[in-house]
Each structure stands twice: as C-alpha cells, then as structure tokens.
Design a binder for this molecule. Structure first.
Ligand SMILES: [Zn+2]
Length: 207
C-alpha cells in the first residue's frame, strides 16, 4: 500500500526558507554536539516504542542509511539498549489525545523534539531561534497508530527522515530527491541522496 501522507515535521513552514539558504537549516542553525572518535554520534534507543510496533523492524535500516561508510560523513548513529545512556529515544505516543496535547499535527506520522545544551526543547522550525544551536538530546515521537497504515519502506523512510531532523536538517524542496522532503513521496527510498550528503557535509564537515 502506497499513499502520500504527511510524514512528519519539525514544521511545514520550512519549505519557505529552503530556497534562501545554502543547506536546509531550521530558523537558526542547530548542530548535534556529542562527538565520539571524531564523529558526531547518536545513541538511539527504541525501547519506548509499543511492544508490537512495526517501527521496531524499520529502525535498523533507517540508521544504516546514515552510517554507510562510502558516504564519508562525520556523523554516525547506533543502537543503545539503555535509555539511561541513549541520546535519541524513539517513543510511541500512547493515544490520539496525548498526541493532540503535545500540540502535534494529527496528520503527521512522527515528530522530532530537540533539546539543546541549556535543556531547552523545541519541535518547530521557529523554536530553534531560542536555542543555543547545540543539540545534546532528541526524542522522536511516533503517532499512536505506529505506522500501521504504511508499508515497511515508508516506515524506514519516516525514521531516517526523523534522524535527519535530529542532526539539525530541515525540509528539502519538494522537487528535490531527498530523504528530507515532506510529505512523503513514493519515489523517496530509505537512503541518503546526494542532496542530503551535501547538507551533512556542509553542517559537520568531512572525517
Ligand atoms: Zn520532517
């Protein structure tokens, strides 16, 4: 089953900004701040997905898209089984009501919340303006339906896209081949496109 859906978002307004900046920044550039062995590193935990969530089998592929050594990127993400040491937690929101109370778009499948070095958290493109610009923690919230109306590939793309937000990426223009376009288009696969690789190199440099 393939359908165009609102994938996720930091916020939909970003496309207005995209054409005026070099890479796809939020309202203020934000960067991941934790480095391990010369690479910016996310420790990703998904214990807080619901126990039968179909996202559980998608996360490995989503992380691999960012870790392909041939891309020569200065970022990496890996699984961390402990929520006490993880720096990115992927969480199923328990109910539609909670989703609404969090202020999330009912049509979105996932939302990323970034937390900076001052413990300030934000979920919108504009929210970045008040941040230190240095991100130390992120939560990826998935809708209570846990992506059950999507196929495997869409779930993988959804998580890979959210990881992109965790790195500080905003949305790419709709005409581009990029993991960072939103809403989802069928042509987008769970991999980084040259556009995404260039953005990450602009943000973080090369190893
Ligand atoms: Zn998005």
């Amino acid at each position: 089953m393939k359908k165009a859906k609102v994938l996720l978002c930091l916020a939909a307004v970003l496309s207005l900004l995209c054409s005026t900046v070099l890479a796809h920044e939020l309202a203020k550039p934000v960067r991941w701040s934790i480095m391990v062995r010369n690479r910016y590193t996310m420790r990703v935990n998904y214990n807080q997905l619901s126990s039968n969530s179909p996202y559980r089998s998608a996360i490995g592929t989503a992380m691999s898209a960012w870790n392909n050594p041939s891309q020569s990127l200065k970022v990496q993400c890996f699984y961390d089984s402990s929520i006490s040491t993880s720096t990115v937690d992927i969480v199923t929101v328990s109910s539609d009501n909670t989703w609404k109370n969090l202020g999330f778009d009912p049509s979105a499948d996932a939302m990323t919340r970034l937390t900076d070095t001052n413990n300030y958290s934000f979920t919108s493109v504009q929210g970045a303006t008040s941040s230190t610009g240095k991100i130390k923690y992120a939560s990826v919230f998935v809708h209570p339906n846990d992506g059950r109306d999507m196929d495997d590939e869409q779930r993988q793309v959804t998580l890979a896209h959210e990881i992109g937000h965790c790195w500080g990426l905003g949305h790419a223009p709709y005409s581009t081949d990029s993991i960072m376009i939103s809403p989802y288009l069928e042509r987008i696969k769970c991999k980084l496109y040259s556009h995404d690789i260039n953005d990450i190199r602009n943000f973080y440099g090369t190893p």
